[in-house]
Design a protein around this ligand. Structure first.
Ligand code: FAD
Length: 433
């Protein structure tokens, strides 16, 4: 009997350490240096945060998703999932533990497709947390459908020349290099005609036109860049993987990225549920605690059940990724998790907000940020609708059409078949009457 829902005691000890460490040392960083997670560590921030990273390394929890050759522990996705549930509570925690998006996904594709020179130049410092990276794929006129991308890379002697526009390239303003997806052969299908390039940020021609913010962020505060690539020249060896391999590389990257977001979402949703419960047990209305009101009990029960369901699905999916070591084989479940994720966070954050009344919608509680975060999760790494199509297509692969005008399980048909199968006994029964 191989089903087992327990964490091994040795790793549980590490999780317990991480839980206390994040609460006591890391969550306070969110209160003083919010929004600076993806900027170079300097001055006071470097002095405060470097020792925390060191401590994480000492505990063997740095970049746990990576194999030991790359500086990680080779723990795999299931253990990362359990750890990410803790890290998801804090915006600084993934940085302190060396597993922040989008760098994890970017590191993964360089590890997988990069040459040894590319690994030395980009991967090492990325894994050491010394620099940040940017994934530049979406364009202003096209996101969900990459076959519409037009940013072009043309070969000129020993160089590639990139021209085009990209939109929502997160952290471009602080990244040391960008991974740019561009059309290299417009004469074949987009699936064979696009390639990825590793482009150092200081390359002439990378024009960040503006940094777009989310929700109520002030203009100029954002970190999602609109970029005009204008005659950006890179050496031939800037190509990541083979020419025409961009789609395959994107799938490797996004598979990991999506499930990592789901893991952190559990942490965020759990903290919203915890706040709901605390408030329900603290606030009196009309003669009793909110916790005694059936509506509020309903909120708590729904949030608890929704979170438990989602968590088991994420853990199961992480376990299957570890088992097959191939995101493609787990595509259906990764897509299904991605579909559920925005709804889980939205619903649990909304209930928390509602139970907190006016305080809940104020900027003194984190719920409106969580609600916006839920909407982001329904778009970043592909919109929910597209992932539903993937799930449905994958599910349908396991079925075939009925070879008859009636469904295979049509009751009259099954009854007739059952009667034919047991005709002998049925005749006997009739005879005995
Ligand atoms: C916070 C954030 C960070 C991001 N970071 C990055 C990044 O670092 N790098 C990067 O390259 N991109 C990034 N993106 C962009 C993201 O990948 C795109 O937003 C996403 O792929 C959707 O593309 P779009 O915004 O152009 O929407 P569109 O492609 O215009 O789609 C708009 C809407 O149309 C509907 N739709 C689309 N396709 C279908 C379909 N097949 N069937 C039914 N309905 C459909 C959906 O409702 C969808 O939301 C980020 C986005 C966000 C919000």
């Amino acid at each position: 009997m191989a089903w087992d829902f327990e964490t091994d005691p040795e790793f549980q000890t590490k999780l317990d350490w991480a839980d206390a460490f994040v609460r006591e040392e890391v969550e306070p960083l969110d209160m003083i240096w919010a929004g600076l997670e993806f900027t170079q560590l300097e001055g006071a921030r470097r002095r405060a945060i470097e020792p925390l990273k060191e401590e994480v390394r000492r505990q063997g929890l740095w970049a746990t998703h990576l194999v030991p050759d790359l500086g990680g522990q080779g723990y795999g996705q299931l253990k990362l999932s359990l750890l990410n549930e803790i890290l998801g509570r804090s915006s600084w925690a993934p940085i302190v533990f060396g597993c922040q998006a989008p760098d994890t996904g970017n590191a993964e594709i360089i590890a997988h497709y990069g040459t040894s020179e590319q690994k030395e130049r980009y991967l090492r410092p990325l894994l050491d947390g010394e620099l940040f990276s940017c994934y530049s794929m979406t364009e202003p006129h096209a996101g969900a459908d990459p076959t519409l991308f037009t940013t072009r890379a043309t070969r000129d002697g020993d160089e590639w020349v990139i021209n085009g526009w990209k939109f929502f390239s997160s952290n471009a303003k602080t990244a040391s290099f960008l991974i740019v997806m561009a059309v290299t052969n417009p004469d074949v299908s987009a699936y064979q005609g696009m390639s990825m390039f590793l482009v150092p940020s200081e390359t002439p021609g990378i024009n960040i036109v503006r940094n777009v913010g989310l929700g109520a962020e002030h203009s100029g505060e954002g970190s999602h860049a609109l970029i005009h690539y204008e005659d950006v020249r890179v050496a031939a060896d800037a190509l990541l993987g083979g020419e025409g391999q961009a789609f395959a590389i994107a799938q490797t990257r996004l598979g990991g990225g999506r499930i990592h977001h789901a893991m952190r979402t559990i942490g965020m949703a759990k903290s919203a549920l915890e706040m709901t419960c605390e408030r329900a047990l603290s606030r009196q209305v009309q003669g009793s605690l909110l916790a005694d009101k059936q509506f509020v009990q309903g909120y708590i029960a729904d949030s608890y059940a929704q979170l438990a369901q989602f968590r088991l699905f994420v853990l199961y999916t992480a376990w299957t990724i570890d088992k097959y070591k191939d995101y493609k084989k787990v595509r259906k479940d990764i897509a299904a998790v991605k579909v559920l994720m925005p709804g889980v966070l939205h619903d649990i954050a909304w209930r928390a907000m509602q139970v907190h009344g006016a305080l809940g919608v104020s900027n003194e509680m984190p719920f409106s940020r969580m609600m916006l975060g839920a909407s982001v999760l329904g778009l970043a790494d592909g919109p929910t609708e597209v992932h539903k199509v993937t799930v449905a297509r994958q599910v349908l692969r396991d079925y075939k059409a009925s070879d008859d005008q009636w469904p295979t399980r049509h009751l009259p048909k099954r009854r007739a078949a059952a009667q034919a199968k047991y005709a002998e006994y049925l005749e006997h029964e009739v005879g005995n009457l």
